[in-house]
Design a protein around this ligand. Structure first.
Ligand code: NAP
Length: 257
């Protein structure tokens, strides 16, 4: 079965690993190309946009793809909408890995806002020391709140983004643990963290560290993400693919179609 994984996440890499070990599947992993040195993958990889839903549909047809797994990040809403449109158009089955959102626990102080711009606004007029745990493209929103001192961590340097005047950039791709996150927040004298609600374990230690240190979090809410059949993890997507394979093996007459 020819499978496309829309990737850029831990779950996508995990699913690629599971599929690479199974000769019943021929897999392509697609990356948007946001990082110049992505981690090596055990399956064929393609990089860059498809050119909207029509471009994606054309690519799926050309590659004779039989199933798509959207394993993109919870905040990547455009590609998910494109995947729903293209798969519907071609009647290709689509599953979406929907990573559950983090929920506030006792001791957490979260202010939920709709966007990076709203987060910058929510920081207020008094100067604060802010840790930005965001993608590099979102940093531009904070240039309009120059009264704060920012620390931002990212995989690689932002290009074409106007940064806030007072910002320290830390380049790291993780994983991070809670003690290291707490040390970073303390060393940088951070008094507020801005984060997306990415869900999952990989970036949660910073949230656990804010709880421990009593630091508030401005949490940018998730966008609406269009989806196919939903699963929570790579293993769920693998089971769904196996079911599709079994379904395909049954003759059409026996399926009553
Ligand atoms: P987006 O807003 O949903 O997508 C913007 C455009 O980028 C899409 O229309 C598509 O271009 C292209 N694209 C996105 N994901 C792609 C993929 N896997 N393969 C090929 N093209 C892709 O997405 P985004 O927020 O810019 O995120 C880009 C990628 O980074 C995603 O793959 C996502 O999983 C990963 N990521 C995002 C975040 C985040 O916070 N947004 C965090 C971690 C990782 P065309 O219309 O030309 O096809």
């Amino acid at each position: 079965m020819r499978v496309l994984i829309l990737g850029g996440t831990t779950e996508a890499s995990e699913l690629a690993r599971l599929l690479a070990a199974d000769p019943r599947f021929e897999t392509t992993l697609s990356l948007a190309g946001r990082t110049s040195k992505p981690r090596p993958q055990p399956v064929r990889t393609r990089t860059g946009g498809f050119g909207g839903p029509d471009g994606l549909a054309a690519w799926l047809q050309q590659e004779a793809i039989e199933a798509v797994v959207d394993a993109t990040h919870p905040y990547a809403d455009q590609i998910s909408s494109n995947a729903v449109t293209a798969c519907k158009q071609l009647a290709i089955p689509l599953a979406t890995i929907m990573r559950p959102a983090w929920q506030p626990l006792p001791g957490d102080t979260w202010l939920t806002v709709a966007s990076a711009e709203a987060a910058a606004e929510a920081l207020g007029s008094q100067p604060r020391r802010v840790f930005l745990s965001l993608g590099r493209l979102e940093l531009g929103a904070f240039a309009r709140s120059p009264q704060h001192r920012y620390v931002a961590r990212m995989i690689e340097a932002p290009e074409g983004v106007v940064l806030p005047r007072d910002i320290k950039l830390i380049f790291d791709r993780g994983p991070f643990d809670e003690p290291a996150e707490a040390t970073l927040l303390k060393d940088e004298k951070i008094d507020v963290v801005v984060s997306k609600n990415s869900g999952g374990a990989a970036t949660y230690p910073k949230i656990a560290a804010t709880r421990k240190l009593g630091i508030p979090v401005v949490m940018i809410a998730r966008p609406h993400k269009w989806h196919g059949h939903t699963v929570e993890k790579a293993e769920g997507a693998m089971m769904w693919l196996e079911q599709r394979l079994a379904h395909r093996a049954i003759p059409v007459s026996a399926r009553g179609v």
